[in-house]
Design a protein around this ligand. Sequence first.
Ligand code: SAM
Ligand code: SF4
Length: 457
Amino acid sequence: MQKTIIRERIRAILNTFDHIPRAHVQSFGCQLNFCDGEKYKGVLQDLGYELTEQPENADVILFNACAVRAHAESRVIGRLGTLKPIKEQNPRLIVGLCGCMAEEEEVRALLKKSYPFVKLILGAGAMERLPESLLAIYEGEKRHEELEFSGLPDETLPTVRDSVFQASVPVMYGCNNFCTYCIVPYVRGRERSRTPDAIEQEVRSLIEKGCREILLLGQNVNSYGRGLEEEIDFPALLQRLDRIPGDYFIRFMSSHPKDATPKLIDTMLQSEHIEHHLHLPVQCGSNRVLQEMNRRYTTEKYLELIDYTRKKAPDFGFSSDLIVGFPTENEADFADTMRLIEYVKYDNLYTFIYSPRSGTPAAEMPFASTQEQISLRMKQLLARQREISEEFNKRFLGKKVRFLAEKADSETGMVQGKTREGMMLEVPGKTEDVGKMWDAEVTGVKNWALTGRILTK
Ligand code: SAM
Ligand code: SF4
């Protein structure tokens, strides 16, 4: 059935409601999920729903959830449980689960058995089939599942952005890397890149509308362009976007260390808008564990890029993801991780306790350590990292930085934002300053953030 016909049929059904039809979308997990959530909102609004933050007022509730860690999944299942009384009050309410969590067979089986009021299941690659799925349920289907991947999402999907001055723009979808602990390649499919024209058009239009920060997204942005007709790699895409005139920052994530190159660093350093900070997830400091994780780099290769960068730009900041308690990790491996964080001096670490994901090779590996030992390692890692970043952040004291104000606290009279170097900075300011870019002088260091004063607006 044609898209326009589906839309008209849904609108005709919504016209029979005795109130304004409303939809509620809640996203969980990574930035890409939040970005998908903005598209779900766009599609629902286009169909005639008003968006609401209150699930109890909604006629459609979509939970757009992440499959990467079991703990986050349990929270989503718990939240879904709280929707049961809302469904009992409003029998016409459609509750749906979408995103990569919906791709998991075990999750779908659990919902079918214990949460039968969740009638709509929409996989991570089936976003544009939301209208026909809703129509199927309105027309009497008891439960509707859409799991097939349809390549790249439709470029014309409407989007409702959560912010007017910060926007996420996916450059590619999926992952080919199959790290042994990770479920993403199974639930997000193989790598597919958007065309540079489509990306540039979206970024240009956002900047022209006043957007100040563009976050480019992909599971491994460094493999951007593979398989495209036009020959282009990620640094070349960055150079193209950097030429768009305006006052804005370009950030990106994630960068797989096996494909991060000096060319990427040079592009960042020579650019006008790209952040001087790289999120380069190392996952672990032990070469043996890295091999078992199938990461395809060694710590020596990883540190070569850090050294190359710091030689050219000593203030350049790095952040990383680290998994503690990978099944075969022992005390000696963890000591390697501690040595690595000492050497790199990350500005920020995103640390995760390993979570077994069924169907991945690591889920079959026996544990070399107890959960108690793993929790202790995590505590030790966090405590040392706090000291390292507080010490290393001092390199910014007295320096002039450019930053984007992201939020205001009327009680403290401060605004908070991120510098081009990816550092959190707090300065005196008001709500109306949010969304603006300023030059500031750094006057102090807290453990995870800088404090400063405004120089120019
Ligand atoms: N593609 C990105 C990369 O390789 O750098 C990472 C994307 S993944 C959604 C974000 C982070 O979740 C990973 O870097 C890893 O640290 C963490 N992660 C993935 N699977 C995990 C698992 N099974 N248990 C704990 N953390 C995990
Ligand atoms: Fe997961 Fe590895 Fe792909 Fe990142 S690169 S999404 S960690 S499989």
